[in-house]
Design a protein around this ligand. Structure first.
Ligand code: 3BY
Ligand code: FES
Ligand code: FE
Length: 410
């Protein structure tokens, strides 16, 4: 098959430490390769488990070409399935979330149990064997209240991430929380631009007046070298957290695919609010102090998160087209916190609603500039954009390994 360019060749030609070649940010073939080699092979953060707390609660997402449904069964287990009816392929559930005792196809009402078994199909004739037409499963893992899915036949190992993530988010007791607010926006930018922008705070001072009230844009606050190598302020915070058995030190996965670290906010701020004070009077889980800082967790390719003492904010990105990305943000609070009494929704959400919109604008302008034939890759700041370098290095290494193997097998 002839292609206008090869993603593998473009990646091989890139200059380390520089932004990527143009086609990787806007080409149709690049997106197809990203989907095939990354999005359909990696674990993708889907939802917080508290969103489907009860039997029959479900949530759906569109992962590239794959519609997926995640549902809680009568046994309490969370399962994921391809959201595709086994009769004639209708998308089984068109809603993004809801609750239903059974999964009923809207077309001809084939009816599936919450574990995917086909329970009922009208007038299918003698010899029809419903056991052959259960929903197709998708790999699904609930790690400490964060649900990940993977559409690959054999998913990569989650052991290392699972062990660390459970330990770090454990004190936030995500399973004992609820979604106070959810926002979904489409950014007109390639998914890698959305993620690159998230991995640095070089732009924060110029773009995020409200976030910068409580979050330091000093690269020393986001760039950590190891569990004992960070700025004196962070090291002091980690010492204090250690004494309270609050896992906080920087840990990361192979090739920096994920990272966990708890960092203090500015001037003893408690939360990402305009005042710096907690937005929710009831703390989550067993976090011991209002000023425990933000546990930062990212996982490539789909997610970044902030677990604060009073609330958590989880973010999920999904590619929509070469130049469009869906960004979903959810604000979690203790399940017994009452809106209007324990928190004010506007105060809880205003900083990150504004920040998301500010990020959307810079990402869209970044994409608009890159669409120019005059764009050429430019250098990342080694101190300010080390996180972006980790991202593009992970991306290029992963793609090269997989596209390379594919070529060798041909
Ligand atoms: O979209 C719906 O409401 C239903 C419930 C579960 C499956 N779906 C067809
Ligand atoms: Fe689902 Fe016919 S396509 S019942
Ligand atoms: Fe930003």
């Amino acid at each position: 098959m002839t292609q206008p360019y090869s993603t593998a060749r473009l990646i091989a030609s890139r200059q380390p430490g520089f932004s990527l070649p143009r086609e990787l940010y806007c080409g149709e073939q690049a997106l197809q390769d990203d989907l095939q080699q990354i999005w359909y092979r990696e674990w993708v953060f889907a939802i917080p488990s508290c969103e489907i707390a009860r039997t029959g609660s479900f949530s759906t997402l569109q992962l590239g070409e794959y519609p997926v449904i995640i549902v809680r069964g009568a046994d309490g287990r969370v399962r994921a399935f391809h959201n595709v009816c086994r009769h004639r392929g209708q998308r089984l559930c068109p809603k993004t979330s809801g609750s239903s005792p059974k999964l009923v196809c809207p077309y001809h009402q084939w009816t599936y149990d919450l574990d995917g078994k086909l329970l009922y199909a009208r007038d299918m004739g003698e010899g029809f064997d419903p056991s052959r037409y259960g929903l197709k499963p998708v790999h699904c893992a609930d790690i400490g209240g964060m649900i990940f899915v993977c559409v690959a036949p054999v998913p990569p190992s989650l052991a290392d991430l699972a062990q660390n993530l459970m330990r770090y988010v454990g004190p936030s007791a995500l399973a004992e929380s609820k979604v106070a607010h959810s926002s979904t926006i489409i950014e007109k930018g390639n998914w890698k631009l959305v993620l690159e922008n998230n991995r640095e705070c070089y732009h924060c001072g110029g773009s995020h007046p409200s976030l910068c009230r409580t979050y330091s844009d000093d690269p020393l606050m986001t760039v950590m070298e190891g569990p004992n190598a960070a700025s004196p302020e962070i090291l002091a915070h980690w010492d204090r957290c250690d004494k309270a058995n609050l896992p906080s030190r920087f840990v990361h996965g192979d090739n920096m695919q994920w990272r966990l670290a708890r960092v203090p906010l500015m001037d003893d701020a408690e939360s990402f609010t305009m005042s710096g004070k907690a937005a929710v009077s009831r703390r989550m889980g067993t976090i011991p102090w209002n000023d425990a800082g933000a546990l930062m967790f990212y996982h490539f390719p789909s997610s970044w998160n902030h677990f604060l003492p009073d609330h958590a904010i989880v973010f999920r990105i999904l590619p929509i087209s070469p130049t469009e990305t869906e960004v979903t943000t959810k604000w979690l609070v203790h399940k017994d916190a009452v809106e209007g009494e324990d928190y004010d929704l506007q105060k809880l959400t205003e900083v990150w609603l504004a920040t998301n919109d500010e990020d959307r604008r810079v990402v869209e302008e970044n994409q608009a500039g890159i669409l120019s034939p005059a764009y050429e890759p430019g250098p990342y700041s080694p101190s300010q954009e080390a996180g972006v370098i980790h991202l593009v290095d992970w991306y290029c290494a992963t793609m090269t390994e997989r596209l390379g193997l594919q070529t060798a097998a041909e």
